[in-house]
Design a protein around this ligand. Sequence first.
Ligand SMILES: C[S@@+](CC[C@H](N)C(=O)[O-])C[C@H]1O[C@@H](n2cnc3c(N)ncnc32)[C@H](O)[C@@H]1O
Length: 361
Amino acid sequence: MGDVQTAESNNKARLAIMELANMISVPMSLNAIVRLNVPDAIWQGGANTPLSAVQILSRVLPSGGGDPENLQRILRMLTSYGVFDEHLNCSGDDSHSPERKYSLTDIGKTLVTDAEDLSYAPYVLQHHQDALMRAWPLVHEAVLNPTWEPFVKANGEGAYSYYGKKPEMNGLMQKAMSGVSVPFMRAILDGYDGLTGVKRLVDVGGSAGDCLRMILQKYPHVEGINFDLPEVVAKAPSITGVTHVGGDMFESIPAADAIFMKWVLTTWTDDECKAIMENCYKALPVGGKLIACEPVLPKESDDSHRTRALLEGDIFVMTIYRAKGKHRTQDEFKQLGLSAGFPHFRAFYIDYFYTVLEFQK
Ligand SMILES: C[S@@+](CC[C@H](N)C(=O)[O-])C[C@H]1O[C@@H](n2cnc3c(N)ncnc32)[C@H](O)[C@@H]1O
């Protein structure tokens, strides 16, 4: 019995390591279907009609060409990861392969361009740009010498300054941020009321100003300051009620009665976070709040989708942005707030990826 169990568990282990070793096929295939515009081609205004690879290809390449068999191989694999639903039409004749058609699942639909020209597709593309891909074989270097991010080792400079010199990368980065931020902000504005009564609000690291734009739709009397690096705000569109201010959060942050910050602390070291939060503290009146929305790690490690998405994001931060930037637990955030002078702390779990962290002066 023991031998059978050992053989069975060895067999499972060999299978599991094969799956892990081949895992790169998953994100690269996701990138491929985004590059080929497959989600928009299937969606077609909400029809989401199951289509064969030949039919999808004829929409993607109206003038013809392409290899439907290879497209189908990609669609099948991503079906296994929940991106597509597969519809099999078996003729009953075993000598023929069944006809396979594909529609989008809820996960696949996140890649469809919406009425505001947004989706998660630019986020997928952003993560697979050449400069980022060059960093991935160097993850182990973050262990051997965390002074330099793998991205810096691969590209000779940090990610933000690298993007800053490449307008197309900066543009894609901003579009990626918007695609992720807009649905998150909808959820937060529905479920969190900590912005009620705020008159002047600064969004630190606000990128193109999407978070403020949405906050102002719900709170039109708020005076919004979108604060980011000068080269980033230079490309930001004008938004009614929002002033774009270029600067460096490590030097100073414009004064306001509340500060919003999304996806910023994660990419910095503990000392850098403390410096940013101290500048927030200086910019706020007594009772003023820093409202930070960041991924928050659970204490325990498990195999849930949430824990995996958060732990995988942690390795992304280490590789691309900051070898000692990181995803943190709720308690680590609370301690950071205390070290910067904020005596009060509350956490709100509304969205599954980002937690709202309230630090009050
Ligand atoms: C991960 S993005 C988050 C953008 C936006 N808050 C969102 O969630 O969509 C981090 C932002 O921090 C900005 N940033 C980086 N260094 C900065 C600095 N020293 N001062 C101000 N902003 C900075 C970047 O330009 C970028 O827009």
